[in-house]
Design a protein around this ligand. Structure first.
Ligand code: PLP
Length: 385
């Protein structure tokens, strides 16, 4: 096997998922907080646009970087909503934001380059680095600072080999949202040391408590040239299975990603791209309804979790996850998660997968009933320890 691919860690979450399936098959009721996607269907008008595209025969290759119509709609969205001015030619659409990130890491990073990764982080980032031969430099952020990386922590992690930093706001697995002020301070450090910022904004539409998402690339032209903004359709439009994401950034980076993609997947599925235009330009009401439902579940889950003695948690302001600290239980996160599912049928994701072994991740992209029943069990489990 290829040396770099052999170095990939098989997903830590698979063990828990397999256990959940095994227990369910044996007739046990499972309360899962492991979901990584919205529990809502793709809105009807988006599905209708895909059907219409099929009817029109939009079933052939598009340009590698995506259909020009879609890239125009994305460029307009980036300018109007994010304050990022980009020509459609500088947008590359890929098979999911994960694919955009993977292409980007391969295009940008050489063997021996370092990429700064604030922890807790999304579990795919370090594996992408491994495949590219780059080294992750993990910055352990403190819960006191809501697990956000400070400018000082960022600066201290920079070496002559640093190529990029990954900022994911709103974040998976924390639900943390960097404020405009915090991002301006991060940008200052990045500009001073000429470090690329990979900004994963996939959860931008899911914010709560009046919190607003801010795009770091919108700070200045200089910052736009140093930032690669990554986004997609999976989360905001419940389109995880459609596989569509995109990125924008400096011309030479976008061209390298385009060239790489031209020899791997080519452009993403054509009729899905036309549905994505409808997602951007059509009604945003289903998105607002979904976010309102998430907000209600978030409030309930947060109150319940933090009322359990020994459990602390950053109050999430975005995405649909929370990451309680269960360190008081005296077990590492994998042992805790395995015991929890075996004893109670409650599935959570061990924080070890995200670079923090004192925590577990709970998703609230599930029904209120699942949340109520699952938390009852989680609470009795922790109390009995
Ligand atoms: C879900 C997710 C993505 C990408 O999802 P795609 O379905 O590939 O578009 C990217 N980053 C984070 C942090 C995510 O949680």
């Amino acid at each position: 096997m290829n040396r770099r691919v052999s170095a990939i860690t098989p997903s830590i979450t698979l063990g828990i998922t397999a256990k959940a399936k095994e227990l369910a098959a044996a007739g046990r009721t499972i309360f899962s907080f492991a979901a990584g996607e919205p529990d809502f269907d793709t809105p009807e008008h988006i599905k209708a646009a895909a059907v219409e595209a099929l009817g029109k025969g939009l079933t052939k290759y598009t340009p590698t970087a995506g259909a020009l119509e879609l890239r125009k709609a994305i460029a307009a969205k980036l300018e109007n909503e994010n304050g990022i001015k980009t020509p459609p030619a500088q947008v590359v659409v890929s098979c999911g934001a994960k694919h955009s990130l993977f292409n980007l890491v391969l295009a940008l990073c050489d063997e021996g380059d370092e990429v700064i990764l604030p922890a807790p982080y999304w579990l795919s980032y370090p594996e992408m680095m491994r495949v590219a031969g780059a080294d992750s430099v993990v910055v352990q952020c403190s819960q006191e600072n809501d697990f956000k990386m400070t400018p000082d922590e960022f600066a201290a992690a920079i070496t002559p080999r640093t190529r990029a930093v990954i900022i994911n706001s709103p974040s998976n697995p924390i639900g943390g949202v960097y404020s405009e002020e915090e991002l301006r301070a991060i940008a200052e450090v990045a500009l001073k040391h000429r470090i690329y910022v990979i900004s994963d904004e996939i959860y931008e539409k899911m914010t709560y408590d009046g919190c607003r998402h801010f795009s770091i690339a919108s700070i200045s032209d200089e910052m736009a040239a140093l930032t690669i903004t990554v986004n997609g359709f999976s989360k905001a439009y419940s389109m995880t299975g459609w596989r569509l994401g995109y990125l924008t950034g400096a011309r030479e980076i976008v061209d390298a990603v385009d060239a790489l993609q031209s020899h791997s997947t080519s452009g993403p599925t054509t009729f899905a791209q036309f549905a994505a235009i409808a997602a951007l330009t059509g009604t945003q009401a289903p998105l607002q309804e979904m976010v309102a439902a998430f907000d209600e579940r978030r409030n309930y889950m947060y109150e319940r979790l933090t009322s359990i003695a020994g459990v602390t948690c950053v109050r999430p302001q975005g995405a649909f996850y929370m990451l309680p600290d269960i360190g008081e239980a005296g077990m590492d996160s994998v042992t805790f998660s395995e015991k929890l599912i075996t004893d109670t049928g409650v599935a959570v994701v061990p924080g070890a997968a995200f670079g923090n072994d004192r925590t577990v991740r709970l998703s609230y992209a599930c029904s209120m009933q699942n949340i109520e029943n699952g938390l009852d069990r989680l609470e009795s489990f922790i109390k009995a320890l």
